[in-house]
Design a protein around this ligand. Structure first.
Ligand code: DX5
Ligand code: ZN
Length: 210
């Protein structure tokens, strides 16, 4: 199980210090919001470039933006290792997948809580990870939505049938209790923001999730 701290809940006044507190994490989850696809604005490629300057951790970039194809190159050049875009944000998912591959990053697709997992099943053979949103995207600190568990189970069954190395990532409302539900359903990566960074000791929160 990979625990990916979401820097959305870190201290943006001293990001380097926050990252230092979770230096044991293999992945850092980076939430990009454009104020259009979601009702919040967060960060862009310049911050990813800054992070890349002082960590070798995998930068797992979650694009909550409209028209993701337009910005892929900038995010990957800035240092994103993995790019996840939303199926709801594009009419040409295969085009977006191909561009991410061409620019040299791993590919993920995310689905919002009201999006059926059926909408991405045909794309699974083409990608590296699915990010199941277990809250409405846009903000940290919301409550976990249990309808995500059935989606995780469906994806877990499918990857067995396809014998495919697919990572199932869950994002939103992860804490020491909901983490167990997700693991039992088949998740491999848990994204956790407020649970990790609301503590004086983020490392101990990561260990409790593990
Ligand atoms: C929400 C983001 C999440 C967020 C999770 O739109 O995609 O990554 O940081 O925050 P918590 O863990 O607080 O629900
Ligand atoms: Zn996220």
């Amino acid at each position: 199980m990979i625990i990916a701290p979401s820097i959305l809940s870190a201290d943006f006044g001293n990001l380097q210090k926050s990252i230092e507190q979770v230096k044991e994490a293999k992945w850092l989850h980076v939430d990009v919001m454009d104020g259009h696809f979601v009702p919040n604005i967060s960060i862009g490629p310049v911050v990813i470039k800054g992070l890349r300057g002082y960590t070798k951790q995998v930068l797992d970039t979650h694009l909550m933006i409209s028209d993701p194809a337009k910005y892929l190159k900038e995010f990957i050049n800035a240092g994103s290792d993995r790019i996840t875009f939303h199926i709801e944000a594009t009419n040409d998912p295969i085009g977006v997948i191909n561009l991410i591959r061409e620019y040299g990053a791993k590919v993920g697709i995310s689905i919002k809580p009201n999006t059926d997992v059926g909408s991405i099943l045909d794309l699974i053979p083409l990608i590296d990870q699915v990010l199941v949103m277990s809250v409405e995207p846009g903000f940290g600190g919301q409550a976990f939505m249990e309808n995500s568990l059935d989606k995780i189970r469906t994806l877990d069954t499918l990857r067995r049938e396809l014998n495919k190395d697919l990572l199932i990532v869950v994002d939103g409302g992860i804490n020491d209790k909901t983490a167990v539900f997700c693991k039992d359903a088949g998740a491999n990566v848990l994204v956790a923001g407020s649970y990790v960074f609301s503590s004086d000791n983020p490392q101990s929160r990561m260990e409790s999730l593990k």
